[in-house]
Design a protein around this ligand. Structure first.
Ligand code: FRU
Length: 313
């Protein structure tokens, strides 16, 4: 009899932690990045730092390495493996819209960030004013070259929405200011493709005054080509991630860059608000800030270093 009571008591004690765990929610957040690069690794660092403050949640980040097929597979993996919420930066809008729609309609919350889908079949969207960045870039280009400047544009990936908006903003403003975009080619967001197209565009247009690239990696590729040809051309990019873009400005490789905010922490906070039924903004558009150029690049780099050492990694 005593034996049995002792056994029941032991069993009861062993089950206690299980029953208390059952009430505690543990969230799994699946993040699908369309690629891997300086801008995205800054963002992933911010995500990892934020998640450390939330023991009730964990994240898994996958990169699609610029492939629409891989991104569809990554998002399907999160959907089929019981993740509580999916966050995605769609590589190209047309290709990724159907899977995002499928997730959304299945009842799993989904946050779209950085690049858009077609329509609004998502729970929340965190984007940046890319049209505004294009406008600011045109104004800056005008300020360093003046009226009638001849501009070459190195375009991002054709089907990804920031490229379209950065193009539209720049073209509309350049038109108002009297600058002329004499040619444009796709650099697909990467250094290698941009260097190749810049090489041929610079040969075709030896009288060009400025290159406007939709991100810093492409701006650096274009600048190196101009330098190789001994051409004196101004170059501006976008992103201002410290290790690549701001450093390139500080080193005099490119003339200016515009901050494309990452704000990974904000994504996690929105995801948790959605999961916990708290209020959140369906649409967040982060505003444009002023140019990073020779006058402030050094201080921004120093500031970034001190932030890095004051945060746990
Ligand atoms: C990073 C990136 C950035 C660019 C953004 C646009 O993958 O190529 O350089 O600003 O994506 O979505």
């Amino acid at each position: 009899m005593i034996h049995r009571i002792v056994l029941y008591a032991i069993g009861f004690i062993m089950l206690l932690p299980l029953s208390s765990c059952r009430d505690e929610k543990h969230y799994r957040i699946g993040i699908s990045q369309c690629s891997q690069d300086d801008w995205r690794s800054k963002m992933n660092d911010e995500i990892h730092r934020e998640i450390m403050l939330h023991p009730e949640a964990e994240v898994e980040i996958r990169s699609a390495d610029d492939s629409n097929e891989k991104q569809i597979a990554d998002i399907s993996y999160f959907k089929d493996n019981g993740f509580d919420i999916i966050i995605a930066a769609p590589n190209e809008a047309d290709a990724i819209t159907p899977i995002i729609k499928e997730v959304y309609e299945s009842g799993i919350p989904v946050i779209v960030f950085d690049r858009d889908i077609n329509g609004d079949t998502y729970t929340a969207n965190q984007g940046v004013d890319n049209y505004g960045i294009g406008t600011a870039a045109a104004q800056y280009a005008y300020s360093i070259t003046g009226n009638k400047a001849k501009v070459i544009e190195i375009y991002g990936l054709a089907g990804s929405t920031p490229a379209i908006q950065r193009h539209n903003g720049f073209v509309d403003e350049a038109g108002k200011l009297g600058m002329d975009i004499i040619d444009s080619a796709h650099g697909n967001w990467n250094y290698e493709d941009a260097a190749v197209v810049a090489d041929s565009l610079l040969s075709l247009h030896p009288d060009v005054d400025l290159i406007y690239a939709h991100n810093d990696r492409m701006a650096i590729g274009a600048s190196e080509m101009a330098q190789k040809k001994g051409m004196d051309v101004k170059v501006i990019g976008i992103d201002a991630a410290p290790e690549i873009g701001i450093k390139a400005v500080a080193d005099g490789v490119i003339d200016a860059t515009f901050l494309y905010p990452t704000e990974g922490y904000r994504l996690i906070r929105t995801a948790l608000a959605i999961l916990e039924g708290k209020p959140y903004d369906k649409e967040t558009i982060l505003p444009v800030s002023s140019a990073v150029d020779k006058t402030n690049a050094d201080i921004l780099l120093l500031q970034n270093e001190s932030l890095k050492y004051n945060h746990p990694r």
